[in-house]
Every structure is written in C-alpha cells, then in structure tokens.
Design a protein around this ligand. Structure first.
Ligand code: GLA
Length: 352
C-alpha cells in the first residue's frame, strides 16, 4: 500500500479505536497495582531452574531480551522464526504472567537483508507486513508493544531523528506507519514509544526530554496512535536523576493523554565505588529517585527491569568495570538474593 492510501484508509479508522482503548486502559490501570517485570534471556530460561524460579517469584510481566528483534525473527525476507517468543510466552502464561513485545521498529539488531531496503514503497511494505504478521500472531496475548525503539538520535548536542533504514527511506513518517499498522493489527494493545537518556540532571538528558516532547507533540498533531512513553531507564550510576525535571516531563507527557512506563530499568555501575554496600546503595537511590519522580505525577503502567539477576546482564558487554569487579546493575545479585534496589522497587510499587 502506498503511503497516501495508508494514511487515509487506516489513519481515520485507527484513530477512533485508539482513543477508546486509551481511556479504557487508563481507567483500568488506576484501579490495579503496578505490574513489575523483567527482561528474560532465552538461554538461561531453558537451562537454569533458579532463574526460572526467580522470574516466577518476582514478576508479573516478562519481555524477551531478544527474540522479537528483527535479527532474531527475520533471518531472511520469507522467514519468521518464533521459537524464542513462543517459548517465553508459554512460560509466562503457564505461570500467570503477561509478556510485553519488544520491538517492531529499531535501528539496531537488524538482519543484513533488511538494511538493504530501498525506497518508500519497498520499505513501507516490509515494515507493514512485519508488524501485521508479528502483532497479528500474538493478538490478544501481548498486551503492550514497544512499537518504535530509540527514535531519537544520540550523536551531538542537537537531538533529532535517529538514522536507520526506516528513517532513511521514510523519514519521520516511519513512526506513523509503524503505530498505525500496529493499531490495526491489535486494537487492544498498548502501543509504546521507547527511549533512553530521559532521566539525568545533564544538558544532554534535558535536550533529549525536549526532543521527545516535541516528537510526541508532532505525533499527536498527526493523530498517530501512540499510547505511552517508555522510559528505558538504563540509569548511569554516576549521574543524578533530575527529579523535578523528570516530574515536569512526565506531567507534560500525561497532558498529551499518554501513559508512561519503565521498560528497561538497570543501573550502569562501572563508574561507581567498588564497595558493594556503597555501590548497591547508590544504585537503589537512583532507582528510587526515578520511580519517585514518576510516581509524584502518575502511576506508571508497568515497571520492568532489563534482567532480574546480576548473573545475566548486558551491562558488562559495554560497561565493564576497570577494577575487574563484576557489575551489579539489577535487583537480585548473582545468587538471586534481593538487593536494596529490589526493596526500593517493591516499596515504590506498594506505596503507589
Ligand atoms: C536497548 C534496547 C534493548 C537492549 C538494551 C541493552 O536499550 O532497547 O533491547 O538491547 O539496549 O542492550
């Protein structure tokens, strides 16, 4: 379908559904507790019983670290490999949990063939077919999707649209297309725009908050069915959270009729002191400050950490500590014991 046809056909029909769904969702959320969840690594899910037990004990919500990313799901244009997401959703449902979907349009974790997409027609057709197929397959079972991940650029003081195969071929309109297609594929799912670097008391983070608000306003003005903003919240441990600014930002986002949630929480601790007590206390403080800043304004629809245990985390891949000590970014330590961060999260959620 051509871009213009799509906008007239799906845009108008999609909007009515979206507006209705948004308010029903918001009302329901205000009567229930905030679900807590974690990202799951597929390997240990299959081999580590203690890992499974921890997920069951602590989580109401799971999301695959991979599996639904294009690189895993689409090795070739004709293939959809559902092994990982099917395994995860089966585990979630067998244990009374829900699964979030991550992610439909991102610049990274792309198979080579998809990076070769050229032109508006081919690119929009592939993006739409992918979203229709994948969201359609899990319709009614995945209640919340990160539709667009990391739309904002990160290459200088001016924050704009992130370069990707999507933006190169479709401009900012790829976001509209992704959301309209997801909305049509599952009218009841919460559709999320997800990004990082929105929390700190730094000039960079402040520029990202402004750029995100501007983007959300443009999307709202074009009737794009975004329902929530996801704070990835990979919090740099050495940066203070700007509580006032984050609260104001959340309030501006809410004023646009959007919900917020925390989608990938962890604390990047490579610059923090080696002493474990001290380090864990700072990490918990950062998490408490972020959740507090959000909760002062609204109830997030979910709080999800990017992993549950320090045993399995992406952080050392990029942020290994210079002193050789293991990273401690997550709520449980590597022996599945609760850390101060877990207590902070539980308190924040319980008090909400
Ligand atoms: C980003 C992505 C996630 C994950 C993390 C950590 O935040 O959204 O899928 O890859 O980075 O690696």
């Amino acid at each position: 379908m051509r871009r213009r046809d799509f906008v007239t056909a799906a845009g108008a029909a999609g909007l009515a559904l979206w507006t209705r769904g948004l308010f029903e969702g918001a009302a329901a959320a205000s009567h229930s507790a905030i679900p807590f969840g974690a990202a799951v690594s597929d390997g240990p899910l299959q081999t580590d019983a203690a890992y499974q037990k921890a997920l069951i004990e602590h989580c109401q919500l799971l999301v695959g670290e991979g599996g639904l990313k294009w690189a895993d799901l689409r090795p070739s244009p004709s293939q959809y490999v559902y092994d990982q997401p099917d395994r995860l959703i089966a585990f979630a449902e067998a244990n009374g949990m829900k699964m979030r979907g991550h992610t439909l349009a991102w610049y990274a974790a792309m198979p080579d063939w998809a990076l070769q997409l050229k032109g508006e027609t081919e690119t929009s057709r592939e993006l739409m077919t992918h979203i229709e197929t994948v969201v359609g397959r899990y319709k009614g079972r995945i209640p919340s999707w990160d539709v667009v991940n990391e739309a904002l650029s990160d290459d200088g003081p001016r924050v704009g649209l992130r370069d990707s195969v999507w933006s190169a071929n479709l401009g900012e309109y790829y976001i509209d297309l992704a959301f309209h297609t997801a909305r049509a594929a599952d009218p009841a799912a919460q559709l999320v725009i997800n990004d990082y670097g929105l929390e700190a008391a730094t000039a960079k983070s402040s520029a990202r908050r402004r750029a995100m608000l501007d983007l959300l306003r443009r999307l709202r003005d074009r009737d794009v069915p975004v329902q929530a903003l996801g704070f990835q919240a990979h919090l740099p441990g050495n940066e203070e959270i700007d509580k006032d600014e984050v609260s104001r930002f959340v309030s501006d986002v809410k004023d646009m009729g959007l919900d917020v949630l925390v989608t990938e929480l962890d604390v990047i601790d490579d610059q923090l002191p080696a002493d474990i007590k001290e380090r864990d206390a700072i990490a918990a403080k950062r998490v408490g400050a972020l959740l507090g800043a959000i909760l002062d304004v609204t109830r997030p629809t979910a709080v999800v950490t990017w992993g549950i245990t320090d045993r399995y985390t992406w952080v050392p891949i990029w942020y290994k500590r210079a002193d050789g000590h293991a990273n401690r970014p997550l709520p449980l330590d590597e022996d599945y014991r609760e850390k101060p961060m877990m207590r902070t999260i539980k308190q924040a959620i319980a008090g909400a």
